[in-house]
Design a protein around this ligand. Structure first.
Ligand SMILES: Cc1cc2nc3c(=O)[nH]c(=O)nc-3n(C[C@H](O)[C@H](O)[C@H](O)COP(=O)(O)OP(=O)(O)OC[C@H]3O[C@@H](n4cnc5c(N)ncnc54)[C@H](O)[C@@H]3O)c2cc1C
Length: 465
């Protein structure tokens, strides 16, 4: 038997995967006994915000991840596909029907039980293991404290201050210049060179220069932009070190020019003059196709955010891979704590999955639960937990969480940037298609090697493992 704390996207998927392999699972879910600040129902796998599972095509990394999950018998994907609503190339769902479908499937499965209780500490008794902690970004306070004691307080974070990320190919390179403050730069190298050099150097900044008029217009738009109401629940004070840009703007017109938009040490090589203000972009992934806006964490509503950020010279036509946000987000430092199997480095039978493990997003949370559930079940059956191939999206995500740079670790979405591209020479569109094709082949081979117990059917229920 395995135990899972948290019946969200990750926990429900983990239980389903274990049960599909003939292993009993108990989910300990605190709702409705103890609510969270954002969940509204007592259903499992409730979607707390958007009803979108994002892109659903194979030219999109999250589309590939979803297809892999379907092939791996994901309950979350079955429920999502069965309850989809029209959303163009994205997969969006009827949120009520979706979480009801997951709840019904889990609660009616003969090998899964759901206990409605808050666990205030990580169980210490041997009978509670293998154990998967999947309590999400809003893990209750008592349990958060105990997890901090377990993994080390410095490896558990409570806030996510996320800066927006733009797609590199949508930046206008005629307007930006490459330099590091005080000229510690790789000036002259292009983004591809920088990526090849490992992208760790401070020279990897792109700078968007503003004159006074541009700054004033940007400031006025920022100061009057609408803040996201979805985060209003979070009344806590911000850390001074990661203030949202609009909070800084409200402190005064010049505050940003002495903060993240400080131009000193950044003369524009084309004019030799220091701009009035500068927005710096830093390469955000290994492939060099994502750049984040340095120090630009924000709570502005996404529509308004795009409008305001596109006023930055060079970003007029920017496509945003991720918008900025600031919210309560409990997550561990994955690279310090976890292995690629979602097991902890210190204990084979303790797993983390979902947002708390250091991933970002509904699909990524469910994907980590999927592999954690399989691997916890493998332990019960006397098998060895296995990592999925790094050439798959689901394997690349696990690899990234376990091996990324632990300094300033931030939860990650799946992107093609963290999956090694098969042929760097081919065109971007072909590369994505080739990456997806290779991923699905690798996954099929991996599954064939792994299939000792087939997916759930009434015939393989019964053994109380
Ligand atoms: C405000 C907010 C908005 C978000 N919006 C989006 C979005 O629009 N799109 C997106 O892709 N991602 C979004 N995310 C990120 C993330 O994808 C979701 O939070 C997702 O639900 C994470 O899945 P999970 O299974 O890790 O956690 P959850 O789905 O939150 O599940 C965790 C479960 O654990 C339970 N639990 C917590 N503590 C205990 C305890 N001590 N004992 C027992 N049970 C416990 C909770 O009640 C909950 O049911 C958002 C996150 C937040 C905080």
């Amino acid at each position: 038997m395995i135990h899972i704390i948290g019946g969200g996207l990750a926990g429900s998927e983990a239980a389903w995967q274990a049960a599909s392999r003939g292993v009993r699972a108990v989910i300990h879910e605190m709702r409705p006994v103890r609510p969270t600040a954002v969940h509204k129902t007592d259903r499992l796998a409730e979607l707390v915000c958007s009803n979108s599972f994002r892109g659903d095509k194979l030219d999109n990394a999250v589309g590939l991840l979803k297809e892999e999950m379907r092939r791996l018998g994901s309950l979350i994907m079955q429920a999502a596909d069965a309850n989809r609503v029209p959303a163009g190339a994205a997969l969006a769902v009827d949120r009520e029907r979706f979480s009801q479908a997951v709840t019904d499937a889990v609660q009616s499965h003969p090998l899964i039980s759901v206990v409605r209780e808050e666990l205030q500490a990580v169980p210490r008794d041997a009978s509670s293991y293998p154990l998967i902690i999947a309590t999400g970004p809003l893990t209750s306070d008592a349990l958060s404290r105990d997890i901090a004691a377990l993994v080390g307080g410095e490896h558990l974070y409570f806030y996510d201050a996320i800066s927006p990320i733009v797609l590199a190919e949508t930046i206008n390179y005629d307007k930006v210049f490459r330099a590091s403050r005080w000229d510690r730069s790789l000036r002259g190298s292009d983004a591809g060179d920088a990526a090849a050099q490992g992208a760790e150097s401070e020279g990897d900044y792109l700078n968007c220069p503003m004159n006074k008029d541009e700054y004033d217009a940007f400031y006025d738009a920022l100061a009057s932009a609408e803040s996201a109401t979805v985060h209003d629940f979070d009344k806590e004070k911000f850390f001074e070190g990661c203030l949202p840009i609009e909070v800084m703007a409200h402190r005064g017109r010049e505050t940003l020019r002495f903060g993240p938009m400080k131009p000193v040490g950044l003369p524009d090589p084309r004019t030799g003059r220091t701009p009035y203000a500068v927005v710096q972009l830093r390469q955000d992934n290994i492939a060099g196709d994502h750049f984040s806006l340095v120090g630009f964490q924000t709570q502005i509503k996404w529509g308004d955010q795009a409008r305001v950020l596109k006023m930055i010279p060079g970003l007029e036509h920017a496509e945003f891979v991720r918008f900025g946000m600031v919210h309560r987000n409990t997550y561990i430092n994955g690279p310090t704590v976890l292995r690629e199997t979602w097991q902890t480095k210190t204990r084979d039978d303790l797993f983390f999955a979902g947002q708390i493990s250091g991933v970002e997003g509904y699909v990524e949370s469910a994907a980590s639960g999927l592999l954690a559930g399989r691997n916890a079940a493998a332990l019960v059956k006397g098998d060895t937990p296995r990592a999925a191939p790094r050439t798959t999206a689901i394997g690349a995500l696990a690899y990234y969480v376990a091996h990324a740079n632990p300094a300033n670790y931030q939860p990650t979405n799946i992107t093609f940037g963290i999956i090694a591209a098969p042929d760097a020479g081919s065109k971007k569109k072909d590369r994505k298609a080739a990456t997806s094709e290779r991923a699905l082949q690798a996954l099929d081979e991996w599954m064939r090697a792994d299939l000792k117990v087939g997916p759930y059917s009434p015939a393989n229920v019964g053994a109380d493992l």
